[in-house]
Design a protein around this ligand. Structure first.
Ligand code: AHR
Length: 604
């Protein structure tokens, strides 16, 4: 196949094209990219009971609702010590199926009430091996009348696995026959950019390498709520974590909301991603609010925007400053709802959208608004100028390839976001369907279709981002992990996203080819004299390609290839991008595309 790349003409390509959708799901946030490692640390939600706690020594432990830590954290852990205790006693927290332990500095904190003056011992210890990786004492003075927070820092050596626990013990003899209460316990490994209440550095660093342009958050279904009242509420996710009550999520476990509104925006800012913030728009799984009943929720959206964008003379802007963010955040994009074409929202969405659109647009005309779906029967007619419509596509490989041309003949005046996409076995939606080469190749082909049309396809978010392999309700995700620090597993799709997001010019350029598309697909962009040619071979036969780009000399060839069903598993990353130098012969580059291979040729 001969591809002749033109240096002239072409369309502007969207600078925001490649992004990702993140929501709390599969413990992607709690126990995932958010740094805090202890599970059920504030007894939030109503489904966990004593999950992750165990007694140490001659004590009984129980959830105590009579001793709340704060108005938001309505329970604490009561540790009742037997009257003949003489040893150190206390409790363990087993994290999210174990605590990853690295050779690193840890921050830990806990709230405590009850009369105690003396030593608290913290340990990181192998659950079955009993090997102590960290052993740290601090001295506390605790009283019966109120909860006091104690914070400390210690070093740990590395555990070979994730089968570890955090232990808190105290001198049992001093409390024999009595009890102490502990609450809102926290353990942080190093965090990304050393942020307090920040992201887990190792998981965030893998994310950062993709170089996504934008982050769509906080959902997804998880903003919607199984009931109206359990929707994601912005004002419960801000300020001190001990004042965040958490919620029962859409994904069947309580969210701590420690990864809250400001934390999402620090994440975006630290990684130079544009935030795309979704707002609740009246639809939950438990019902729909519309018409005048929606107005209080519209007011709440304006309050949220005042919190994010207002200066310190405004009520909510001042609250943001108090919470540690002086300057207003940048919020260029706001999405109104999630998937209102599905789960019963279609008939009321045009009115709900218009009500919210008008309120936001009048107050913040510079914010670009995104409608939650692309079904014109579920959208106002006409769609207001400047509004982006959001399509979601989870498909099997052949279906994605068939959609390569999806955007070729769309009207050029309607901007589109593909707010969620990923290759998935939709006939077995709850089953595990981990990424593999053929599926990732099909995503690459679909992405080339978007890139070729990125004058109208402004943004495209792979979804979802991350899963803890021990808590999967949706798979695949871009990468996964289990409780061990060494388990982080980039999927084959991770490498496709990384190749595509890191190699895109500002202009889509025309290509002359010696054949039609299929099984080989291609797309090209350039910025100044730097060219990026993307290739994918959706078939079992090798394809020999000559790419001709006059006035270029050399560069790099990045290639992802493997057998059709090959994928990466924890501790075995078999398939990853291989980068080699490539020289052109008078601007001609020979590229051998193996079966199912995906490649980027970056030359100048
Ligand atoms: O990404 C998983 C889910 O898929 C999202 O929460 C929802 O928007 C979509 O249906």
């Amino acid at each position: 196949v001969v591809l002749t790349i033109s240096g002239k003409g072409g369309n502007k390509s969207s600078p925001l094209l490649y992004g990702v959708m993140f929501e709390e799901m599969d413990h992607s946030g709690d126990g995932g990219i958010h740094g805090q490692l202890l599970q059920n640390n504030g007894f939030q939600g109503n489904s966990l009971g004593m999950t992750a706690y165990a007694p140490i020594g001659s004590v009984n432990i129980s959830q105590d609702t009579s001793k709340p830590v704060s108005d938001a954290i309505t329970s604490s852990l009561r540790v009742s010590v037997s009257s003949n205790a003489t040893e150190y006693v206390g409790f363990a927290n087993t994290g999210y199926n174990g605590v990853p332990v690295r050779n690193a500095t840890y921050n830990s904190s806990f709230w405590m009430s009850g009369t105690y003056s003396g030593t608290i011992n913290l340990q990181l210890i192998g659950s079955h091996s009993g090997i102590v990786y960290a052993d740290h004492n601090l001295t506390v003075e605790s009283t019966e009348s109120n909860f006091t927070q104690f914070k400390t820092t210690f070093n740990s050596s590395a555990s070979p696995d994730g089968d570890n626990e955090w232990h808190l013990t105290f001198d049992g003899e001093k409390v024999a026959g009595s009890a102490l209460n502990f609450g809102y316990i926290e353990l942080f490994p190093p965090t990304y950019h050393e942020r307090e209440n920040g992201l887990r550095e190792d998981l965030a660093t893998v994310f950062e390498k993709v170089k996504f342009n934008f982050l769509r958050f906080p959902g997804g279904n998880n903003i919607e709520g199984l009931e109206i009242d359990s929707r994601w509420k912005w004002n419960r996710t801000i300020g001190p974590v001990v004042d965040r009550p958490g919620r029962e999520s859409d994904w069947f476990y309580p969210n701590t909301d420690a990864l809250g509104l400001d934390e999402y925006l620090w994440w975006c800012e630290d990684m130079q991603m544009t935030p795309l913030l979704a707002m609740w728009a009246g639809k939950s799984y438990g019902g729909i609010v519309s018409g005048s009943d929606l107005q209080p929720f519209v007011d709440d959206i304006l309050n949220e925007l005042e919190y994010l964008l207002g200066n310190s003379s405004t009520h909510f802007g001042a609250l943001r400053v108090k919470n540690g963010r002086k300057d207003p955040w940048k919020i260029p994009y706001v999405e109104i709802g999630n998937e209102d074409d599905l789960t019963g929202g279609c008939d009321t969405y045009p009115d709900r959208f218009s009500q919210i659109y008008t309120a936001i647009h009048d107050a913040y005309p510079n914010i670009t608004l995104v409608a939650s779906n692309g079904d014109y029967s579920c959208l106002p007619s006409p769609v207001p100028e400047g509004v982006i419509i959001d399509l979601h596509l989870y498909r099997q490989p052949d279906d994605f390839v068939a959609l390569f041309n999806q955007f070729d003949n769309q009207p050029r005046n309607q901007s589109i976001m593909v707010g969620e996409y990923g290759c998935r076995n939709t006939s077995n939606a709850k089953g595990t369907y981990w990424s593999y080469i053929q599926g990732s190749c099909s995503e690459a082909i679909y992405m080339m279709g978007m890139e070729r049309n990125s004058d109208i396809v402004q943004m495209a978010a792979y979804a979802p981002l991350l899963e803890h392999f021990g808590f999967v309700s949706w798979s695949p995700t871009l990468y996964g992990f289990n409780s061990s620090s060494g388990s982080i597993t980039p999927s084959t799709s991770y490498f496709v996203q990384k190749m595509f997001a890191s190699n895109k010019g500002d202009t889509v350029i025309p290509i002359n080819s010696s054949t039609e598309f299929g099984p080989l697909y291609w797309a090209a962009t350039k910025s100044d004299s730097q060219y990026y040619v993307k290739l994918a071979n959706y078939g079992p036969e090798e394809q020999n390609v000559t790419v001709s780009i006059s006035e270029t000399k050399s560069g790099r060839l990045e290639m992802l290839s493997g057998s059709r069903l090959q994928g990466n598993t924890p501790y075995e990353v078999d398939v990853e991008t291989v980068s080699t130098k490539i020289e052109g012969k008078e601007g001609n580059y020979s590229v051998s595309m193996g079966p199912w291979a995906i490649a980027v040729l970056a030359v100048a």
